[in-house]
Design a protein around this ligand. Structure first.
Ligand SMILES: Cc1cc2nc3c(=O)[nH]c(=O)nc-3n(C[C@H](O)[C@H](O)[C@H](O)COP(=O)(O)OP(=O)(O)OC[C@H]3O[C@@H](n4cnc5c(N)ncnc54)[C@H](O)[C@@H]3O)c2cc1C
Length: 413
């Protein structure tokens, strides 16, 4: 069967893998000069820079299916988070995995005893539910869910808001409560991790699993109309089946206007002589006046992120930035306020502005029937935007699209 896949992100690579497994030799058409899509790591001035801070949650069901964690040499974050504010920093250990540890001296700063009991209750409820069941629950905003569940404003503002803003890449916790519960469950049942050699290793690993797939890089597709693919260079390809894994409205006329703009984030890297966090933790800034949402010393998690012995600091900004030219200076001032280290010591390495980082998905799902992947007899859809913005969803969508293609050749859906 003559199958083309548009896009070599995670969903495209998984679709190719599944097609190969059933004896096909797919061809991937990728616009950029590399595989991995939104997962990428650059080697820059002796540092490994992930294009946007992101983590693999080891409990993701699809990641367990497709990735070999030993081969990726995963490095793990300590569970929990450090809450950083000028003059007051404290560590919340393990709230989503082991709420009993959310006690003692820090509890009064983060929330109340009632919050602790509610976290335990939520933890137990979500442990008993499957991922599919979670995505079948009614959807409200995460903020409404937390308030209705009875969490205090204190724990919402001190922990949930900064922690989940960094994951959802929005600051109001307006993301669906289904996604919140899914992520909470994943943190509770596994670890946040990065491959030793950067997140891009996930894409390299998936690419290396492909033995019979041709990948044409630097090959942007202009449009897909039924079995006809037109490349931006004007070449026309006749395909039997096409799986479109990039935003389909960009290449399929009939879907134009059906997808809204996506969430963006600034990821700003600095080097410093050494880390000012003691443990390999994500640090959150709960004070709403700060631009910084979270910061992580990548070298505390994986030493390989620096080849020169210096510490590599990743700072994420999810708020809108009025003046991009002053972003680095403003962050340096904030870093000084948070750490007590003179701003001059933070050496700026690189800034990434990542547009379209996560899709806006109204009806977030974990799974989809084969029929949803099929647009018509020739065109099939995959990509995280079909389910929810995560590596797990990208993998599910790629698998489902491949299965739909295979099924359509046996009996029309
Ligand atoms: C900053 C950031 C932080 C994130 N944090 C996390 C996290 O912590 N955990 C998590 O699970 N997920 C996270 N994600 C989400 C995760 O990275 C994505 O869900 C996943 O990588 C999406 O894969 P995809 O295959 O659906 O899409 P993409 O990776 O976008 O792949 C689409 C591919 O299509 C190509 N393409 C586009 N247009 C064309 C065209 N016209 N012709 C040919 N090719 C084309 C693109 O170049 C790209 O390679 C994050 C993403 C970002 C950006």
């Amino acid at each position: 069967m003559n199958v083309f896949i548009v896009g070599a992100g995670v969903s495209g690579l998984i679709a190719a893998f599944e097609l190969e497994r059933s004896g096909n030799t797919p061809i991937i058409l990728e616009a950029s000069d590399r595989v991995g899509g939104r997962i990428a790591t650059d080697l820059h001035e002796g540092f490994l820079l992930d294009r946007g801070f992101q983590v693999l949650l080891t409990a993701y069901p699809e990641a367990r299916r497709y990735l070999d964690y030993d081969a990726l040499k995963l490095k793990y974050f300590s569970p929990g988070a450090k809450i950083l504010n000028p003059g007051s920093s404290y560590t919340i250990s393990d709230p989503m995995r082991n709420p009993s540890r959310l006690i003692g001296m820090i509890l009064s700063k983060v929330g109340s005893l009632s919050d602790k009991l509610k976290i335990r209750k939520l933890n137990l409820e979500l442990t008993k539910m499957s991922v599919d069941e979670i995505f079948d629950t009614p959807s409200t905003t995460t903020l409404s869910f937390l308030r209705n569940y009875g969490f205090s404003d204190k724990i919402i503002n001190n922990f949930f808001k900064p922690f989940f803003s960094g994951i959802f890449l929005e600051n109001e916790l307006s993301t669906s409560s289904r996604m919140f519960k899914f992520v909470f469950k994943m943190f509770g049942e596994g670890h946040a991790a990065i491959p030793e050699g950067g997140m891009g290793e996930i894409a390299n690993y998936l690419r290396n699993k492909l033995n019979h797939t041709e990948i044409r890089l630097n090959t942007p597709v202009a449009s897909v109309e039924g079995p006809k693919i037109t490349l931006q260079n004007g070449e026309v390809i006749d395909a039997e089946k096409v799986i479109v894994t990039c935003r389909p409205d960009l290449v399929i006329d009939q879907l134009k206007g059906q997808f809204s703009s996506n969430r963006s984030v600034y990821n700003v890297y600095f080097s410093l002589e050494k880390s000012f966090l003691i443990q390999p933790l994500i640090a959150l800034v709960s004070d709403g006046k700060f631009l910084i949402n979270n910061l992580v010393f990548m070298t505390d998690i994986s030493k390989s992120y620096s080849t020169n012995g210096k510490a590599l600091l990743s700072v994420s900004v999810t708020k809108p930035v009025a003046n991009e030219d002053s972003l680095v200076d403003l962050i340096k001032i904030e870093l000084e306020a948070l750490s007590g280290i003179n701003a001059e010591f933070f050496k700026h390495i690189k800034t990434y502005k990542i547009e379209d980082a996560l899709p806006e998905v109204d009806d977030m799902k974990a799974n989809l029937p084969f029929t949803n992947s099929k647009l018509n007899d020739h065109v099939f859809l995959a990509g995280d935007y079909m389910l929810n913005g995560s590596i797990n969803a990208a993998m599910t969508s790629g698998r489902k699209a491949a299965e739909a293609v295979l099924l359509s050749t046996q009996n029309p859906l």
